[in-house]
Write a protein that binds this ligand. Structure first.
Ligand SMILES: [Zn+2]
Length: 138
């Protein structure tokens, strides 16, 4: 989306080194947005997100300006992506790292989205799960 824009563009992502270079079955798009050639992935962090390049036209993943923060309020790679997007926006708006960290520490997840409950003196954490129609045997 930032290609060709005259606006200030910042990119976020992850910089994990221990990821699987194979694309996951749930990938949304693994083809070059410029020439539609299948992309080469050096690493995959989540779905189609990772480090990639096009063997045909040379287009590659944009250089990330932000890849990690001091604190992540929720588990999961996708939530690290979400947090990094939010933190990058907050930084661009002028918030300090301390202000951002304090805001994230006070974050409460929505119902069923890693919500933590105490039931019969036991800590229970609820994770939303989705199944694609037809993906399970009856
Ligand atoms: Zn291409």
């Amino acid at each position: 989306m930032g290609d060709g824009s005259k606006a200030k563009v910042s990119y976020f992502g992850l910089d994990n080194k221990n990821d699987d270079p194979r694309s996951q079955h749930a990938s949304d798009s693994t083809y070059c947005p410029k020439c539609q050639t299948k992309l080469n992935y050096n690493s995959v962090y989540f779905s189609h997100l990772g480090e990639w390049n096009c063997p045909n036209c040379g287009y590659e993943h944009p250089k990330k300006t932000f890849t990690s923060f001091l604190f992540y309020p929720l588990l999961g790679t996708y939530n690290q992506y979400n947090t990094n997007a939010t933190v990058l926006l907050a930084k661009n708006l002028g918030l300090s790292d301390e202000e951002i960290k304090n805001a994230l520490k006070n974050f409460k997840p929505a119902f069923g989205r890693q919500e933590v409950l105490t039931i019969d003196n036991k800590r229970v954490q609820i994770f939303l799960s989705k199944i694609r129609p037809g993906s399970m045997n009856p």
